[in-house]
Design a protein around this ligand. Structure first.
Ligand code: NAD
Length: 498
């Protein structure tokens, strides 16, 4: 069995405490790997390595930083397949989907390659006699990233390329469920010439997270994960005086108006609900069918859902892989029975689905629940699996009231041919990311990603310009070079410009 330790100070470090956790292959249900679960001392050694590396890295030229970032980009490009295979073997998602994850993560690395443009600063000359004012942004120090299982490569890459480009040193605590891909990202960064200690990976669970939250040398924390943990991270990090952005869970609605192309809407609902087995924070988990669209739309979605090919992620014919653990699979399945008992129509029932030759894998078929109402558990909870709910709404107003009453506000989408309705939706809907005929509106790397309400705690979204703002702090410099002939004179009044 493979044992994965930590990556600290530019080298592999074995577990000192001997605490280890299981890492499964969800397609077979076997446990090929065990991962170190860091003690407080192991976290401290990673933060210490980062703190020491920060001293030089924060002073390094932009030319040196971008030389590394371009080289790293080329190296990752050459290793896309390998990273995707690692993701697939521990997360379960199919290889093509894992390749998409790597590509979307690399967008942020590509943004980071242009960091000199983002760190240009501002200058105002002659704001007063012979006085100039400039604003610059400087790194924070050691920053930490705590990431979820569902995007083991992309979400860390939402964070560390920009943090490092801005001159910080980084400690990543990836999900203990699929740690091999993020670990490989750190190894490749070293191969591309990143100085030791600038990027560290400390594997672990709550013990490691809690130490990062309280460590006096950690200046900021980026978190992505479930809502209860995001809330906890924010309050703990703030209590310890840290800057924090904590992205939480979601329940994303797709509103379908009667004028929409229903085949196009059904295709998109399928892709967005069942891709990655529904384990995406931007998955569509609720379709809101407006007016008389419901029956036809449900029939079209059901027809497509029944044909989906479910199988191991490394089989090119599979369209959907297994779920992350047996426990999670069983919990997701329980919502289907629960919804039936609470009065929903189970149009497609994926529970009990098995994959030949992979009977011990954590597979679940896809489920489609119709006539779901907001009181049902399947609607109220983030299921995070291949279960799509359809809610019927009489009018657009009813539909948007439903969406806006959700506790979450991550992503949402409208499907329509009516530009006026789409425009109204963009302005009225309470969510951080909106799609118009786009079901998963994950912003490209040069915009920022973030939800509203229980989907994000903190003020700044992640990556894009918000990412640069998060990983830097402002400094404003006011300069005067007086004329040697000029006398300053005594004046105790508050300085004003003249
Ligand atoms: P999770 O909250 O269980 O875990 C996320 C991280 O927190 C992991 O590194 C984990 O080790 C750590 N953690 C877990 N329990 C902890 C505790 N009690 N104390 C301290 N740290 C703890 O999330 P997950 O199951 O890995 O990921 C799925 C969740 O992430 C879903 O809710 C999904 O919507 C959300 N997510 C959100 C976004 C977004 O951008 N908003 C993106 C991806 C995933």
């Amino acid at each position: 069995m493979k044992t994965l330790g930590h990556w600290i100070g530019g080298k592999a470090v074995e577990s000192v405490s001997g605490n280890l956790g299981p890492v499964y292959d969800p397609a077979t249900g076997t446990q090929p790997t065990q991962v170190a679960l860091a003690s407080v001392e192991e976290v401290d050694s990673a933060v210490d390595a980062a703190r020491r590396a920060y001293e030089e890295w924060s002073q390094s030229s932009l030319a040196k930083r971008t030389a590394f970032l371009f080289k790293y980009r080329e190296l990752l490009d050459a290793h896309r397949d390998e990273i995707a295979a690692l993701i697939s073997s521990e997360h379960g998602k199919v290889h093509s989907d894992a390749l998409g994850e790597v590509a979307r993560g690399m967008e942020i690395l590509e943004l980071a390659c242009g960091i000199p443009e983002k760190l240009k600063g501002e200058l105002s000359t002659q704001v007063s006699s012979r006085v100039d004012v400039s604003s610059i942004r400087q790194p924070l120090g050691v920053v930490a990233g705590i990431t979820p299982f569902n995007f083991p490569a992309m979400v860390p890459m939402w964070m560390f390329p920009l943090a490092i480009a801005c001159g910080n040193a980084f400690v990543l605590k990836p999900s203990e469920k699929d740690p091999s891909a993020p670990y490989r990202l750190a190894e490749l960064a070293a191969e591309a010439g990143l100085p030791d200690g600038v990027l560290n990976v400390v594997n672990g669970d709550k013990t490691a997270v809690d130490r990062l939250l309280s460590h006096p040398d950690v200046a900021a924390v980026s978190f992505v994960g479930s809502t209860p943990i995001a809330k906890y991270i924010q309050s703990e990090a703030v209590a310890h005086g840290k800057r924090v952005q904590a992205l939480g869970g979601a329940k994303n609605h797709m509103l379908v108006l009667p004028d929409a192309d229903l085949d196009f809407a059904a295709d998109n609902a399928i892709n967005a609900a069942y891709g990655s087995a529904g384990e995406r924070c931007m998955a569509v988990s609720v379709v809101v069918a407006v007016g008389d669209t419901g029956d036809e739309l449900v029939a079209k979605i059901a027809d497509r859902a029944r044909k989906l090919r479910i199988g191991p992620g490394d089989d090119p014919s599979s369209e959907m892989g297994p779920l992350i653990t047996r426990e999670h699979r069983d919990k997701v399945a329980s919502y289907v029975g629960g919804a039936r008992e609470q009065g929903a129509d189970v149009v497609v029932d994926g529970t009990g689905h098995t994959v030949e030759g992979h009977e011990n894998g954590f597979f679940l078929g896809v489920s489609l629940l119709d006539k779901v109402s907001p009181e049902m558990d399947a609607y109220r909870d983030e299921i995070f699996g291949p279960v799509l709910c359809v809610v019927r709404a009489g009018t657009y107003d009813e539909a948007i009231a439903l969406i806006n009453s959700s506790r979450w506000g991550n992503g949402t989408a409208i499907f329509t041919r009516d530009g006026g309705a789409a425009r109204r939706f963009q302005l009225e809907v309470e969510a951080g990311m909106v799609g118009v005929n786009v079901p998963i509106p994950v912003p490209v790397g040069h915009h920022s990603f973030g939800g509203w309400k229980d989907s994000l705690f903190g003020d700044l979204h992640i990556y894009g310009n918000d990412g640069v703002a998060f990983y830097t702090r402002g400094k404003v410099i006011t300069t005067r070079w007086p004329d040697p002939a000029e006398s300053g004179g005594i004046n105790l009044g508050f300085p004003t410009s003249s």
